[in-house]
Design a protein around this ligand. Sequence first.
Ligand code: PMP
Length: 345
Amino acid sequence: MLSTITKIKDKINGLWQMVGNTPMIEVSYRYRDGVEQAIWVKCEHYNLTGSIKDRMALYILQKAYETEAIRPGDTIIEATSGNTGIAFASIGNMLGHPVMIIMPDWMSKERIEIIKSCGAKIHLVSKEQGGFKGSIKIAEMMKQNDSRVFLPRQFENIYNAEAHEKTTGREIGHQLLLEKAKIVPCAFIAGVGTGGTIMGVGKYLRTLYPDIKLHPLEPAESPTLSTKTKNGSHRIQGISDEFIPDILNLESLDKIVQVNDGDAILMAQKLGQELGLAVGISSGANLLGAIKIQQEHKCKEAVITVFPDSNKKYLSTDLVNVEPVKDGYLSPDIKLTGYRPLPKI
Ligand code: PMP
């Protein structure tokens, strides 16, 4: 008879059929009526629970079983701004774990309800109780009081970045190599939440393209990476959680790119209106950042980024309202002209 642990490991292997191997598209645009150019985008809203965080959640649990850091039935507790919570709620449930998600109380209602609907418990933390940092402290306290608690600790767990190195980055590399044009990308850019995406994808792409530039992206309204301190609030949910995560090594990366949250909203709306791609606010931010880098560096080669999730969790946010255009915004000067899906690997 198969042991419980072997059965769970088999389930994890099976789940990789529903996580990763996402489509990649070439998005074409014109900036200020210039020539048509393209950005290459990995569409992460195609994962099991609809976000890039499924990769990290599944990989961390796989490694935890391999290293015996978790036992069947342990309660998974994580402090998260949302997508990670949804990923652990769903995957943890499938593997037979109770899941408790601790999150700031200002996150969108959709995220909270989705986590609950996957069977997880939610613990909301107010700004006065410490917001993101307070959530992490509460998770650590719960672990101290209960030996049957497993903490994924996404902000410091090296398997978070490794998940993106071994899956997201590897897939992007293969998808580009499959292109007949033999693309040599000049840059990869990603908004930083935990930093797992930029660090992991960046590490893999550097092995293929040693000169590639790796740009972390942050909201202009909350430039924690640039200023090294917590400051300002912003509307790009999923990035800039008010501190610099342990797994992010800014010294190994290139220039930090800033985008305004309103501009990111306008770009996400444009992706829906002009291409029918209904994606989240950080996807708008990432595409905007990629276009900014391509224009600044005048790079004709590909710039790569990701769409971390779809718009479905933001239907009660400013993403569906009329967003005022402000001075310095780039989106009004960008016309999206189409997209082309690349073959899957
Ligand atoms: N966008 C969204 C919508 C996210 O949920 C996250 C993860 N917090 C990110 C971007 C950033 O990804 P990472 O944590 O890998 O830096």
